[in-house]
Design a protein around this ligand. Sequence first.
Ligand code: HEM
Length: 521
Amino acid sequence: MATTKDGLLYYGSLLLVSFICIYLLRSLPKKLSSYGRPTARHLPSPPGLPIIGHLHHLLLGSSSFPKKLHSLATHYGPLLQLQMGAATCVLVSNANFAKEILKTQELNFVYRPEFGSPEYNIYHGSDFILAPYGTYWRFLKKLCMTRLLSNSTLNQFVHIREQERAKLLEYLIKVSKEREFCDLGAPLMSMMNNVICRMAMSTRPWENADEAEKIKKLIEELAVVGGKLSAGDILGHLGKFDLLGYGKKLKNALEKFDRLVEDIMKKHEENGSDRKGSDLMDIVMETCNDPSAEVKLSRKDIKAFFLDMFMAGTETSSIAVKWAMGELINHPLVFKKLRQEISSVVGPGRLIEESDVQNLPYLQAIVKETLRLHPPSVTLLRQSNEDCQIDGFYLKSKSRIILNLYSIMRDPNSWNNPDEFIPDRFMGNTNLNSNKELMEMKGQNFDYLPFGSGRRVCPGASLALANAHATVGALVQCFDWKVKGGEMVDMREASGFAATLAMASPFVCYPVTQFNPFEES
Ligand code: HEM
C-alpha cells in the first residue's frame, strides 16, 4: 500500500518534472535561435554589496566622480557592468569599445537614457538632448547644424562675443586697478550665459539685465537639482515618491524658466515682421510658420529646446576656459610661449580676435590639451535599443551606457605621460603621440572625444571653441595672474556627482594688467 511519504515523493517528482519541462519549452526557442553562434559571456563586475550594488565604489572616499570611475576602470577593466542601487549601467573606458558603440554599432546606441522621474519635468517629451532617434530629433539636429549653430550664423553673431569678451576684460582691468582679487569662475559663467542669451533671444543685458541674470540663476539651480534627481534613480521605483523634495524643486524652477521664456516669445511675436532672423528664436519660430516644415514645433518644444541650449552650453564652455587658465598659470613656460605667439601674430597694439585663431596653432593646442585632461562633459550617456554583443559580452536592450571620457582621454595605451599637461603633443613636431598631430575635434578619433561622436555629436562645438580660443588668448594677452594663497592653482576636481567637471576650490586670483586694449595709446 502506498504510504503518505510515497505520495509526497510522487507528487514532488511530478512537480519538478513539470518545472523542468516548462523551463525547457520557454528557453528552447532562444537556444535554437542562438544555435551555431558562440555563447555570449556576461560582463565582468567589481565586487558588489546587496541592495546598493557598486554604489560604495562611487560614494565612499574623497576623490572626484571621474577619478572614481577611472579607478574602477583601471582595476577591473575597460568594459564593466555596474549596479548602482536599482540602476544598471555599463561603463566603457577605452577607445576600442568606444568605437564599437559610437561607430560600428552606432544605430543601436544612438539613444540616450532618461534619468530621474519624468513626472517633474514639464518639458518631458519635448526635450531635444534626450529625444529618441527619430523624426523630431532629426529635425532639430538638422536645424542646429545647418542654421542655428552653423558657421555662417556664428559669424553673424561675432560682435556679440566680442562685446561680451570686452565686458569681461573691462571688469578684470578694474579689479586689477583696485588691486583686488576675483573668483574667475563667476565672470566667465556670466559672459557665456550672456553670449547664449543674446544669440538665442536677443536679451539685452544693458537694457534688461534682469532677464539674462534670471536665466543664469535658473540654469545653475536646474543643474544642481537635476543632478540630484538623476542620482535618485538609484532608488528605483521609490524615486517616484520624491522623498527628498528635488522633484518639486525641479518643477518649480522649470515653471519659472517657462514664464520667462514665454514673455520673451510674446515680445518676438509682437515685433514679428521687423525681426527676420535677428536671433535664434526668430529662426526657430519661422519654422513654425513654414508649411513645408517636416515637424511643427509647439511652444513647449521651443522652450524645451532653448533650455537644452543653456544647460548644454553655458557651464561647459565657461568651465573649459577656467581649466585652461588654471593649467596656464601653473605652467609659466607654456603661458610665456603662448603670449609670444599671440604677440608675433596679432602685434603689440590690438586685442586678439576670433579671426586670428587660425594662425595661432599653439593656442589651439592648449585648448585641445585642456579638453583632453579636463573634459567639461566627463561622460557620454547612451542607451542600447536592442540586445547586442560587444567583444563577445552580452548586453540586453535598454542597457545604459556610460562612456568614460575621462579615462579614455588619459589611457596610457593611447597617450604618453597621460596625466601631464603637454600642449606640444598636438603640435605635430614632437614624437609624443605623433599620430595625433592632425587630430580634429570631430569625434573620428576615438582616443579623443571631448565633444562626443557620430549622430549625437555636440552641435555647439564650433561656438564653444570660438569662445574658448579667443577668451583664453585675451586673458593671456592682457594680464599676468597671481593666485590667492599660493603659487599654484588648485587643479583638483570637485567631489560628488555632477554632469560637468567642476574645480574643487574657487579659482581666486589677482589679474595684473599688462595690456589694456581700451586705453588710447
Ligand atoms: C566646451 C564646451 C562643450 C563641451 C565640452 C560639450 C560637450 C558635449 C558632449 C560630450 C555631448 C554629447 C555628445 C555625444 O553623446 O556624442 C554634447 C551634446 C550636446 N551639446 Fe555640447 N558641449 C559644449 C558646448 C555646447 C554648446 C555651446 C552648445 C549649444 C549652445 C551645446 C549643445 C549641445 C547639445 C544640444 C547636445 C545634444 C546633442 C544631441 O543629443 O544630439 N554644447 N556636448
